[in-house]
Write a protein that binds this ligand. Sequence first.
Ligand code: HAM
Length: 419
Amino acid sequence: MSFQAPKGVQEYVPPQSATFLAVRAAFSGAAANAGYSYIEVPVFEDTQLFARGVGASTDVVTKEMYTFSDKGGRSITLRPEFTAGVMRSALEHGLHQGQLPVKLWTTGPAFRYESPQSGRYRQFYQFNLEAIGTEDPAVDAETIAVAWTGYQALGLTQVRLKLNTLGCKQCRPAYRAALQDFLRGLDLDEATRARVEINPLRVLDDKRPEVRAQVEDAPLITDHLCASCKAHHDRVRSLLEDLGVPWEDVPRLVRGLDYYTRTTYEFDHPLLGAQSGIGGGGRYDGLSEDIGGPPLPGIGFAVGVDRIILAVEAENLAQEAPPRVAVFGVPLGEEAARRLFRLVHELRAAGVPADMAFDGKGLKGAMKGADRSGAAYAVILGDRDIAAGAAQVKHLASGGQTAVPLAEIVTTLKERLTK
Ligand code: HAM
């Protein structure tokens, strides 16, 4: 029998895997440029970290976590997101006791048991960035600008930024109560009425037309902000204006995770259909305390690598796979194969990407391999050439061929390739 990948898992094989790396490089480049350091955190954590960090009333925690008991009887969960784990790790390593803010990025797979469709997977890939230990609205704007720079670096022109604030400990409770009062007066089904009591903001995010129509006149957080949240929000927006990053104010924007406070945002791509969210983030000023740490504000985002690949493809920006190597060895005979094997190794050591034909392929098959590798030059070596102490160096695009002494191949090719 043969196996297939598990349901809902996305894989990236060549040549598409080149786009996968390009997406990650665009964002890690932007993050490193803005002074963010790399952090590597585990794929699994104590289940309670996510229950308390992400929030017990979220879909992510109640329905979507990959949770299991390990052989030691611990409850373990595959990370559904990075923020809780990054905060846990920063606290555990005392990063917050040094210079603030602590600026970190990471990337890798995350896991949510969702019903799979295009752009929605059970194992998906995020690029994630966090700035911990700052309340400065400039850092809110900085995180947005880094994400924006990443999208721009990929050449994407249709990304839209939706911006909102969710208020803070001071102003959100009064808003929540006002929203609940409004929602309790509506004609809603039982599950939604229950949600009104537990997580009323989520009701604003309900996609069903009959609910949407009813919540049209719901009170908005932006009319209930305290003075400091309002000043914070205004500052973030004016800084974005300074940077020329366009956004749309979406006062009903609700995020799927519970830790958010103040600034929240999402990036959307109009060509992606139902799963158009290609990134999202915001402030989480209470998360540290929720997971047993000291008061420590933070802000960050994650972008969905899988969905950005779809956006890159939708905008026809997918690059052709780059050449695998610059030089390809074509050995004719066993002794030549041995000599070329060493030569290819020497080329690699000299920084020249090189590969060669294996399996005793004949000239025709080996030359086909050279063409497919994208190499600029083939080095053809036969037993007679060894006796003469030289190999044939063939420029594949022009077909031009010269004999080069074996001892000079590395320097000659290095020179020709840098011309
Ligand atoms: P999130 O909005 O849940 O935020 O996820 C961020 C991005 O991950 C989404 O915009 C989407 O592109 C991608 N994504 C989420 N679920 C899936 C899925 N099942 N399949 C494919 N892509 C998906 C967070 O995860 C927060 N931790 C972001 C953050 C960092 N907030 C502050 N710091």
